[in-house]
Design a protein around this ligand. Structure first.
Ligand code: THU
Length: 161
């Protein structure tokens, strides 16, 4: 009989931004600011993502859409590729994500899409340390994962190449 493997993930749920550590409150507030500058004329779904680097620098990103839809890019990848391009040797310690739709009020936490999880986990492997990740909607609860790997088990990584 085939052996079964169980994969468990533990996440933390915060009721509001005020429950977060001060540095993360600041990071999430910056993500809200970035979100409002998103270029999302097609989906009307604005996402903001901020990264805290070990030096204290904050990198912001938001979704950038395109008339040729697949040419657009998610907020998380805009942020992490910017960090990778400008601060290649600095570790990323935390990520904050927030989303707001112009069509309906989002009060549930919005996690990063699968493609962004794969893009983000590359940097955990590169820097040999986890990126704690907080995500939320326009308002309401915030979910925290200790690592991108907790959101993406069985990652595809460089060991396979
Ligand atoms: N989007 C993000 O920015 N991040 C995600 O993780 C999911 C989706 C963007 C892409 C697109 O501009 C809009 O949200 C709707 O999918």
């Amino acid at each position: 009989m085939a052996k079964k493997i169980k994969i468990e993930t533990e996440l933390e749920v915060f009721e509001s931004i005020s429950e977060l550590p001060t540095s993360i409150q600041n990071l999430m507030n910056k993500a809200h600011e970035a979100r409002e500058k998103a270029y999302a004329p097609y989906s009307h779904f604005r996402v903001g993502a901020t990264l805290l680097l070990e030096s204290g620098t904050i990198i912001s990103g938001n979704n950038q859409e395109n008339a040729a839809y697949p040419s657009g890019l998610c907020a998380e990848r805009v942020a992490v590729y910017h960090a990778g391009a400008v601060y290649p040797s600095q570790k990323i310690t935390s990520l904050a994500i927030t989303a707001r739709s112009l069509n309906k009020k989002i009060t549930e936490p919005i996690p990063p899409c699968g493609a962004c999880r794969q893009a983000l986990v590359e940097y955990e492997v590169k820097q040999e340390s986890d990126i704690e990740t907080y995500f939320m909607g326009e308002s309401g609860k915030i979910i925290k994962a200790n690592s991108i790997k907790d959101l993406l088990p069985l990652i595809f990584n460089k060991e396979y190449l």
